[in-house]
Write a protein that binds this ligand. Sequence first.
Ligand code: AMP
Length: 216
Amino acid sequence: MFLGPPGSGKGTYSSYLSVYLDVPHISTGEMLREVVESGSELGKKIDGFLDRGELVSDDIMIEIFKRRILMDDTKNGFVLDGFPRTITQAKMLDEMHESIGCFDYIFSLWTPYDQIIKRALKRAQCDDCGKIYNLKNSPPKIDGVCDICGGKIVDRDDDNEKILHHRLKVYDEITKPLVEYYSDRDSFYTIYSGGPAQEGNDEITGIIGKTPKGES
Ligand code: AMP
């Protein structure tokens, strides 16, 4: 599980770890964006929340999350990115954890907010596969085209500066208390995520101490 403010690297580290361990990357932000893009009634209902940088209600989020987590591909594990974000969600996850075992490691990412803001404003994402690019430090090889799937790279709508400040405020008020909620658990680790992504990746895989699937 990855905790951390928006722009702290949850998406980047989760993607890496999911490939490393060969388990699905479950990003609730990505799932919600897909629901919005589907144009469904639910999508119309939640669209404004994402645009404004507000959290989607616990009822909706928990329902979507439970459906995803109980799919067959999660049997050998998964990487959680962006869930839980509220104490209610964390308590629900703890209940699930008791019955099906939901998380072995909790990584709490931290980066100074001024750095997050600088970095996030340079962030763009593939419209098809969701890969995140930092247009300054790790741009795609061909401008505007995803290295992985050839999809179109677009700015994230929620990354403009005013909304980002609001998302950080929402994080401070609603999500940050989760750091304290989890901090006395043996599985809890704080990771500085303000440096090069590879340093964070190495620290995380070092803690997990497993070799990637397919290698011995
Ligand atoms: P992310 O891609 O993780 O930054 O999430 C983008 C947006 O999706 C957030 O700003 C929220 O509006 C919404 N979101 C993602 N995960 C959750 C969650 N666990 N609970 C409520 N809203 C969420």
